[in-house]
Design a protein around this ligand. Structure first.
Ligand code: GDP
Ligand code: IMO
Ligand code: MG
Length: 423
């Protein structure tokens, strides 16, 4: 049985959590393949909103097992809080949430290093969520990291100490004013390790291999979005993992030829949280309306998200890199009431019209070229079937499908599980 992927095509927060939750009924296993608690995946049903950071978004369904893959970085402190929140809803996770031994651990000092690095950068800061993601992946590729499987060894505290001591020296090297009480942070960390150890640690690549052989249906859940990919995103304003389809292979140990559907999620407009270039960003009333109606505040940090028109140049780039076979368009309801909509179909790049994403997309190099379309006025949030969608929205969808050459299979018209239209 093949593995399907679901990933974000923009700068994150496309609605991955909602759609994974909607699709989980058709899968046996949901597996997160990269990122860490910099992610905030929101699910809404029965009038309650849940935000997940590390735990896969299939966790509310009894039919599926959830796997935290080797490509994920885990902060035990945040992880414990997530577990407690879920247990508050009566979920018993002791056999439905499995953790890869090869996943790396975020230490308290990784978080401090993140803060020191951002402070030292000043105006050039990445706008990191400060969850220690960059420093943890640096230790992973630098071959210094502490992994979940190490917690089963007798000497893991010595390994921890050696790494934390090195981090302290590095924090001092930055020579910035970071206030912290390491003893307190460590007490919290060691206490939280206990909650992590209560869950099964597995060789997740072998588990997923056997599951495929047994005909189980697997959905790989991405975090962040393609434009935040360490290689293909708007470097250096990116995260520190491969958020694109290839990241699912290395983040789970799934071979490329086992992957079947690649589901790409995008908003009907664009948002970005943190620093970095954003060609279609709006600074006017339209952008303000998107942010207000779309409730565009980060699920992890609460920061306002920057808003702008849909960028098809960037979206095509993401579709190509990921090999997207199906698209899902989110938040169409947020655009209800706009008389006219703009879609960026090309860039003016240093005086020339181009239709591919160039190396530099900073404002001094790139001006978006827009195609204008009619908006729709109808409230979409109560609609439940494709036949109910207004003509202007169907025209918008048809235009995007023609440009991207990939079908839009889901149109989401609100945050709730039920506000999902299949086409
Ligand atoms: P993720 O990181 O990709 O899982 O996305 P987030 O959960 O961070 O951000 C998406 C936000 O949009 C959340 O607040 C969702 O509840 C909300 N959302 C998802 N789909 C829709 C939709 O179709 N319409 C509206 N209005 N909100 C949506
Ligand atoms: P989900 O999975 C949106 C952004 C941060 C910052 C940059 C680097 O919810 O879509 P990091 O913490 O990795 O050092 O931050 O990436 N970022 C996200 N933006 N959604 C996310 O995750 C994000 N995870 C990181 O805002 O600009
Ligand atoms: Mg999010």
């Amino acid at each position: 049985m093949a593995v399907d992927l679901l990933l974000g095509l923009q700068w994150g927060d496309e609605g991955k959590g909602k759609i994974v939750d909607v699709l989980t009924k058709d899968y046996d296993i949901i597996a997160r393949f990269q990122g860490g608690p910099n992610a905030g995946h929101t699910l809404e049903f029965d009038g309650i909103k849940h935000v997940l950071h590390t735990i896969p978004s299939g966790i509310f369904h009894k039919n599926a097992v959830n796997v935290v893959g080797n490509g994920v970085v885990i902060d035990p402190v945040i992880f414990k809080k997530e577990l407690q929140a879920l247990e508050g809803f009566g979920l018993d996770l002791s056999s439905t949430l499995l953790i890869s031994r090869k996943a790396h651990l975020i230490l308290p000092t990784h978080r401090l290093l993140d803060a020191a690095s951002e402070t030292a950068k000043g105006k050039a800061k990445i706008g990191s969520t400060l969850k220690g993601i960059g420093p943890t992946y640096m230790d992973k590729t630098g071959r210094n990291g502490l992994r979940v499987g190490d917690l089963e060894l007798d000497d893991w505290k010595e390994k921890y100490r050696a790494l934390a001591n090195k981090h302290e020296a590095m924090i001092n090297f930055y020579n910035v004013d970071i206030q912290y009480n390491l003893a307190e942070l460590e007490a919290d960390f060691f206490d939280s390790i206990g909650a992590l150890k209560a869950l099964p640690f597995i060789d997740s690549e072998e588990y997923l291999h056997q599951a495929q052989k047994a005909g189980k249906k697997i959905l790989a859940e991405g975090a962040q979005g393609s434009l935040l990919d360490i290689d293909f995103g708007t470097y250096p304003f990116v995260t520190s993992s491969n958020t694109t389809a290839a990241g699912a292979c290395t983040g789970l140990g799934v071979a490329p030829n086992r992957i079947k559907e690649v589901m790409g999620i995008f908003k009907a407009y664009t948002t970005r949280v943190g620093s970095g270039p954003f060609p279609t960003e709006l600074f006017d009333q339209d952008g303000e309306t998107m942010g207000r109606v779309g409730n565009e505040f980060g699920a992890t940090t609460g920061r306002p998200r920057r808003c702008g028109w849909l960028d098809l140049v960037a979206l095509k780039y993401a579709v190509n890199i990921n090999g997207v076979t199906q698209l899902m368009m989110m938040k169409g309801d947020v655009l209800s009431g706009f008389e006219k909509l703009k879609v960026c179909t090309a860039y003016n790049y240093k005086g020339n019209k181009i239709t591919h994403l160039p190396y530099n997309i900073e404002a001094q190099n790139v001006t978006p070229i827009y195609t204008e379309m009619d908006g729709w006025q109808e409230d979409l949030t109560q609609m439940s079937a494709a036949a109910q969608l207004p003509k202007a929205l169907n025209d918008y969808i048809a235009f995007l499908e023609a440009e991207l050459q990939v079908p839009i299979k889901i149109v989401s018209v609100g945050p709730d599980r039920k506000q999902t239209i299949h086409r």
